[in-house]
Design a protein around this ligand. Structure first.
Ligand SMILES: CCCCCCCC/C=C\CCC/C=C/C(=O)SCCNC(=O)CCNC(=O)[C@H](O)C(C)(C)COP(=O)(O)OP(=O)(O)OC[C@H]1O[C@@H](n2cnc3c(N)ncnc32)[C@H](O)[C@@H]1OP(=O)(O)O
Ligand SMILES: Cc1cc2nc3c(=O)[nH]c(=O)nc-3n(C[C@H](O)[C@H](O)[C@H](O)COP(=O)(O)OP(=O)(O)OC[C@H]3O[C@@H](n4cnc5c(N)ncnc54)[C@H](O)[C@@H]3O)c2cc1C
Length: 684
């Protein structure tokens, strides 16, 4: 009874509709599309950066979606071994097809990969996501010329091995050592304790042949801290671990079932001196150490990854709201008037209050990801010219935004799942994979609390700089400006003003940053050492960092609408969405706006009333807003979020494919149930 589930044949698509023309669209969904006040394709073009970019994206996605070699049964029906094997099989095909389709541009490659992997992890995720970036960023020219062609042509497969069993956050505490031996001009890599085993790196358990390993460098008897080394882990002949190397898979996890997160131990493994990545720091043949121009350049791979994760979260949250909004438009529940059709659940205010904040956040985070990616490229160019001035700023911004957006994203995906009732719990909904793929973003690439505290650390320094009247970078300039007294809103229409809303978030961020700085000062004033004062002030610091990020997102949303050309209809709906994002944020954090008297009870009443009124405006356009994300069914992988809205038919077809339905009578009947029931003497 098993059928190949993902084999949806491509039906010709028109320019405006990326979706195959369905035989029958659920009438409720059609009604929503007909009633929308803007054309979603215009918003799609805007989000993609232009009509030609949308067309290019669609072409890349269709190349993968229509490829018979990439089809397989639904991963929900696969056991872990099969899933791992399928992910590796697909990764190999993807690599071949990228060449065949001549996809040389990085963006096109990524689009193709993400369409080909659908809602599973990519079998070479760490190779492309961290190994190659680490080599690009940390190799000197000679090393680049040697290693990059090998890695780019998949002659070697890599991972990024930093975290250990005993330490993930506190990387200065990592225990793996790399001791230089000038006699042989080699480093000796060693795992001195159980807690020093590398633990977690993706694709390390079974796939990788090489790793960028982060280890404590010792030369001439002195310790110089964490440095990156490229190490061969497995034979290129038979894939066996090399002598002195212990490798394995760390076992099943909450999700990431297709991924071989691994462990790795070294027993005095020797590597050539030039396997230390030497762009920023070097060890000469006689063991002389040359230090980098900035102490934290070793950490740059993580900064790049955190920037990427903001886009990843925006993408996942957009998928979640697409599923939940479409489903809420076709699902009807609870008769209100006897004999009259039950309402669409999307009409319930509570449903709107669950979904629309995350719909707005999905757009807000998408625009934020554009800005932070742009800033990353600028700073990268400065750094390539030897100017490290903005590295701290980029670290603070990327760490904070990765944490802020992933908290909201994880929470949003779970709320979307809950909003779909029982069906949200089925694998058919797509939510279990979406949730478990996105959940660890709050942990990896820097645990979220720790990341927000890094942002707070930077903000505390800025608060001191501002107090001294010295210049601050653009994104924290507001800290040197004076508080503006009370919120000037007199009526609801004032509260819809984007400038006023952005000012409110600015005021809150500045107040909370200054408050945290004062708390730190008074704690230190009481004689506490810095680290004790820091711990005592965690609750203020976390709030300050979070408020700063929230302000950054609101400000970015406002600026995007002000600075971007768009039709009046699209501007109108994005304006409402931005107002809603900001007003809902004020309503949810009312205490912060009331605490210092910036807003009063009357203004808060108006905020709440506007949140209610904006629900109506978004309600009419909700389906069009999620259609504008432009996810094909093959990418969304959800029976609840199907473009045609024929949810029940799809769920029934999907359930029939469950492996338990292969036979009418399951083996366990003859093995267990029959003996139990037939041996029983008990009378009915
Ligand atoms: C990810 C995209 C891949 C896409 C592929 C998709 C498929 C694959 C799917 C999933 C892939 C998952 C991949 C996951 C990988 C990982 O998780 S890799 C491991 C990540 N680990 C971490 O992020 C560790 C977090 N910890 C740290 O970064 C640090 O320990 C720390 C918390 C920042 C503290 O560092 P340290 O103790 O050294 O520093 P401090 O004393 O606190 O601070 C000293 C000063 O340095 C500044 N600083 C810290 N970090 C940076 C940085 N990165 N850049 C610049 N400056 C930095 C810090 O603020 C201090 O500054 P100050 O002295 O001026 O105040
Ligand atoms: C799916 C997945 C994939 C991964 N892939 C990789 C990979 O490819 N390569 C790799 O090297 N690593 C990888 N990791 C590891 C990951 O980077 C770490 O788990 C992460 O950095 C968090 O570190 P930790 O586990 O030590 O958490 P811990 O630091 O032990 O966190 C536990 C708790 O302690 C709190 N805490 C810790 N320090 C502080 C502090 N200073 N102040 C306040 N609170 C604190 C945290 O907030 C948290 O609540 C992966 C992890 C996962 C889950």
């Amino acid at each position: 009874m098993i059928v190949l589930f993902n084999c949806t044949c491509a039906v010709p698509t028109t320019m405006d509709s990326f979706h195959p023309v369905p035989v029958k669209v659920n009438p409720d969904l059609q009604k929503e599309r007909d009633a929308a006040l803007f054309n979603p394709v215009e918003l799609t073009y805007l989000k993609d950066g232009g009509k030609d970019k949308t067309e290019r994206r669609r072409r890349c996605e269709l190349l993968a979606i229509n490829d018979p070699d990439l089809q397989h049964k639904d991963i929900s029906f696969m056991a872990r071994n099969e899933r791992y094997s399928n992910a590796v099989r697909k990764a190999v095909i993807i690599a071949r097809k990228i060449k065949e389709h001549r996809l040389t541009n990085m963006e096109e490659k990524q689009l193709y990969i993400s369409a080909a992997t659908q809602y599973d992890t990519y079998g070479f995720g760490l190779h492309y996501g961290m190994f190659l970036p680490a080599l690009s960023a940390q190799c000197d020219e000679e090393q680049r010329n040697y290693w990059l062609p090998l890695a780019e042509n998949l002659k070697i497969l890599g991972t990024y091995a930093q975290t250990e069993l005993g330490h993930g956050t506190f990387i200065r505490g990592l225990e793996t050592t790399a001791i230089y031996d000038p006699k042989t001009e080699e480093f000796v890599l060693h795992t001195p304790t159980l807690s020093a085993l590398k633990w977690w790196p993706g694709n390390m358990g079974k796939t990788a042949t090489h790793a960028v390993v982060l280890a404590q460098l010792y030369t001439n008897g002195k310790s110089y801290g964490l440095h990156p080394f490229i190490v061969q882990l497995r034979s290129l002949e038979n894939h066996q671990p090399l002598p002195g190397i212990t490798l394995g898979d760390i076992g099943p996890k909450l999700g990431f079932h297709s991924f071989d997160n691994g462990f790795l131990g070294f027993d005095h493994v020797r590597i050539p001196r030039r396997n230390m990545l030497m762009k920023y720091s070097q060890v000469s043949p006689d063991g002389f150490y040359i230090k980098p121009i900035h102490a934290k350049l070793t950490y740059s791979t993580m900064v790049e990854a955190r920037v990427t994760l903001v886009s990843d979260i925006a993408y996942s949250l957009s998928q979640a709201v697409t599923i939940a909004v479409r489903y809420s438009a076709v699902r009807r529940q609870t008769e209100q008037i006897k004999g009259v059709k039950e309402p669409q659940i999307l009409d319930y205010r509570t449903q709107q209050l669950k979904l629309f904040p995350y719909l707005a956040a999905a757009y807000a985070f998408t625009f934020t990801s554009f800005v932070i990616t742009g800033r990353y490229i600028e700073v990268q160019n400065e750094m390539n010219d030897g100017n490290m001035e903005s590295l701290s700023e980029l670290h603070a911004l990327s760490a904070g935004l990765k944490a802020f957006t992933s908290y909201v994203g994880n929470e949003g995906i779970e709320v979307c799942r809950l909003s779909c009732g029982g069906h949200g719990y089925s694998q058919a909904s797509g939510f279990p994979e979406l949730y478990t793929l996105t959940a660890p973003i709050s942990t990896f690439e820097g645990e979220n609390t720790v990341m927000l505290l890094q942002t707070a650390r930077y903000l505390m320094k800025c608060a001191t700089t501002a107090k001294r009247g010295l210049e601050l970078p653009r994104f924290v300039l507001y800290l040197s400006q004076r508080q503006k007294g009370q919120c000037p809103a007199r009526n609801e229409s004032d509260l819809l003003d984007h400038g006023l809303l952005s000012d409110a978030f600015e005021h809150r961020a500045r107040r909370l940053v200054i408050e945290a700085a004062q708390k730190m000062q008074s704690n230190i004033g009481k004689g506490n050492p810095q680290h004790v004062a820091w711990n005592n002030c965690h609750m203020y610091l976390l709030k300050a960092a979070s408020a700063h990020c929230h302000f950054y997102v609101v400000q970015t949303f406002v600026k995007y609408i002000n600075d971007t050309e768009m039709s009046d209809a699209v501007r109108d709906i994005l304006t409402s969405l931005c107002q809603f994002y900001a007003l809902h944020g004020i309503w949810q954090n009312a205490g912060d706006f009331l605490q210092d008297g910036y807003m009063n009870g009357n203004q808060l009443d108006m905020v709440q009333s506007l949140v209610g009124k904006l629900l109506d405006k978004i309600r009419i356009n909700a389906v069009a807003l999620v259609d504008a994300f432009d996810f094909r069914d093959e990418i969304l992988c959800s029976k609840l979020g199907k473009y045609d809205g024929n949810v029940y038919e799809a769920m029934y077809e999907w359930a029939k494919n469950s492996p338990l339905n292969k036979t009418e009578v399951h083996d366990s009947y003859n093995k267990y149930l029959r003996p139990l029931m037939q041996s029983s003497k008990a009378k009915l």
